[in-house]
Design a protein around this ligand. Structure first.
Ligand SMILES: N[C@@H](CCC(=O)N[C@@H](CS)C(=O)NCC(=O)O)C(=O)O
Length: 222
C-alpha cells in the first residue's frame, strides 16, 4: 500500500484523502471528490442529452439518486469495513466480520430484488445504464475479496456481466491498469492455482464461515 491518496498533492484535490477524485482541466482545474458528486458534476456539465442520467425534474432522477445514496450510505461503507476487518485489521474480530459481511449480503439481497425484472438499476421499463449503475458496480465487482460469491445473487451477477460487457466500462476498469482484486481476476487466479491468491481466498472464506457460525448468522434481506 503506497497510500498516495494521503499525500498533500492529493489531499489538495480531495481533503478526505480517498479515491475517487477528479480534476476538470477544461474548467480551470476545478476539483471534485466523492463519487456521488463526481457523477452529478459530470452529468450536469457533460451529459446534456441525459445519455447516462435523467432530467432533474423527472422521477427517474430521484430513483437514480436513491440508489446512489444507498451505495454511499450503505453498500460502500459496509463492504469497505468488511474488507478492512478481513484484510487489514491486525486482530481478526469475528463479530465485526460477520456484521459487515452480513450487512453487505443483506444489501446485495436488496439489489438482487431490484434487478429481478430489470436490466439496469434506474430508468423506465427495464431501465437504462446510468450513473446509478456506475456508482454501484465498482463494489459489486470486488465481492470475492470479502467472501461474497455473487452466485448467491444471480440478478446482481447478470447485471454486473451486462455492465462489464460494455466497452466503455471495460476501458474504465483498465485505468490505470486491470485490478487484480476484481471478482474475475481473483477467480482466474484461484483457478490457475496462483498459490498465494488461493491461500488468501481460503483464509477469507474460513474467517467469514467462522464468524457467521460463532454469531449464529442467518442471511436475511431486507
Ligand atoms: N464515499 C466515498 C468512498 C471513498 C472510498 O472509500 N474510497 C476507498 C477506495 S474504494 C479508498 O480510497 N480507500 C483508501 C483509504 O481509505 O485511504 C466515495 O464514493 O467517493
Amino acid at each position: 500500500m503506497k497510500n498516495t491518496q494521503k499525500e498533500p498533492w492529493f489531499t489538495a484535490i480531495n481533503p478526505n484523502g480517498r479515491i475517487p477524485a477528479i480534476v476538470d482541466h477544461d474548467r480551470n482545474d476545478f476539483a471534485v471528490f466523492e463519487g456521488i458528486s463526481i457523477l452529478g458534476y459530470l452529468t450536469r456539465l457533460y451529459d446534456p442529452d441525459h445519455k447516462f442520467s435523467f432530467p432533474v425534474d423527472s422521477d427517474d432522477y430521484t430513483v437514480a439518486e436513491e440508489w446512489i445514496g444507498w451505495q454511499h450510505g450503505g453498500l460502500g461503507p459496509m463492504q469497505g469495513q468488511a474488507n478492512h476487518f478481513l484484510r487489514f485489521a491486525k486482530d481478526k474480530i469475528l463479530y465485526s466480520i460477520q456484521r459487515y459481511v452480513g450487512e453487505s449480503e443483506r444489501l446485495y439481497g436488496i439489489l438482487d430484488k431490484r434487478l429481478e425484472s430489470r436490466e439496469y438499476v434506474a430508468g423506465q421499463g427495464k431501465g437504462k445504464y446510468s450513473i446509478a449503475d456506475m456508482s454501484i458496480l465498482g463494489w459489486a465487482n470486488v465481492t470475492t475479496m470479502v467472501g461474497i460469491d455473487l452466485d448467491m445473487f444471480p440478478n446482481v451477477q447478470a447485471w454486473l456481466d451486462r455492465c462489464l460487457a460494455r466497452p466503455a466500462v471495460k476501458k474504465g476498469f483498465a485505468v490505470p491498469s486491470e485490478s487484480p482484486m476484481s471478482n474475475a481476476a481473483l477467480k482466474h487466479a484461484i483457478e490457475t492455482e496462483d498459490a498465494e491468491a488461493k491461500k488468501k481466498h481460503e483464509e477469507t472464506l474460513a474467517l467469514v464461515d467462522e464468524s457467521k457460525e460463532k454469531y449464529c448468522y442467518k442471511y436475511s434481506s431486507p
